[in-house]
Design a protein around this ligand. Structure first.
Ligand SMILES: Cc1cc2nc3c(=O)[nH]c(=O)nc-3n(C[C@H](O)[C@H](O)[C@H](O)COP(=O)(O)OP(=O)(O)OC[C@H]3O[C@@H](n4cnc5c(N)ncnc54)[C@H](O)[C@@H]3O)c2cc1C
Length: 215
């Protein structure tokens, strides 16, 4: 399901779609939680395939901590060195470009503007004319942009749900209940979910076929 963020700047970037975003939870205990895929900024937060998949990891943490800090690499996995090199080369190729124009060679314009503002850049000036600490802050933000999840859009807008009939109570060869004679299950009513990309539909069709065949 789509996630809401504390940061309101996302609304300025709504409909900006970013490919191959790397997402990770910025909590010591949960550093291993990562995902990669396409992300879309919305009026109130983030959505898109990677968010839908990651939401199932984030929502339990949200319940536990109230807020979940995330770090996003929006620059297709580039590290600080690669971003610095890219910006320097772009500045050499276009000497009249200001900092927002230069960042826009990596990201959509609205998002570039927001990140430059966040780094407190002098928006009219080029890369070399920015203060050293501002430049460093911008590069750091382009490598890992922080966002804080503070809510979600709820069950009504969820695409795939976790939970359901325990798989232990179902015979996988027939989909028949081990507890109730003559009762068969298929699809999402069972406690099984997969990533976005057709796996859930496939599972629903396949289990439905199997259950129907043996009825
Ligand atoms: C917006 C959206 C996008 C999605 N995109 C994808 C995707 O790209 N890829 C993917 O793999 N999965 C996707 N999913 C998930 C996928 O659609 C579901 O996992 C799958 O449809 C589940 O199939 P199902 O037959 O178990 O349940 P459903 O398709 O929900 O069917 C249940 C049916 O039971 C009916 N029903 C409910 N209560 C009663 C009742 N009391 N009496 C009679 N009938 C009743 C409902 O009207 C419904 O027709 C998406 C889901 C949503 C909501």
């Amino acid at each position: 399901m789509p996630l809401k963020t504390k940061e309101t700047w996302v609304s300025e970037c709504r409909a900006d779609t970013i490919a191959k975003v790397e997402l990770r939870v910025d909590l010591k205990k949960h550093k291993k939680l990562r995902a990669k895929g396409d992300l879309i900024f919305t009026k109130t937060g983030i959505r898109g395939p990677v968010v839908l998949d990651f939401a199932r990891e984030v929502t339990p943490l949200l319940k536990k901590y109230g807020e979940v800090p995330l770090l996003l690499n929006l620059t297709k996995g580039r590290n600080e060195e690669e971003i610095t090199k890219h910006l320097k080369e772009s500045a050499l190729q276009n000497t009249s470009a200001n900092i927002v124009d230069l960042v826009s060679t990596l990201l959509p314009k609205a998002l570039s503007l927001e990140l430059c503002k966040m780094a407190e850049c002098d928006l009219d000036k080029t890369l070399s004319k920015q203060a050293g600490n501002t430049r460093a802050k911008l590069i750091s933000l382009l490598t890992w942009t922080p966002l804080t999840v503070n809510g979600h859009d709820g069950f009504r807008l969820a695409m795939i749900t976790r939970g359901g009939i325990s798989l232990k109570e179902i015979d996988p060869k027939t989909m028949r209940s081990k507890l109730v004679n003559g009762l068969y299950f298929c699809g999402e009513i069972m406690n099984l979910d997969g990533p976005c990309g057709g796996y859930n539909l496939q599972w629903s069709f396949a289990s439905g076929y199997l259950a129907g065949k043996l009825l």
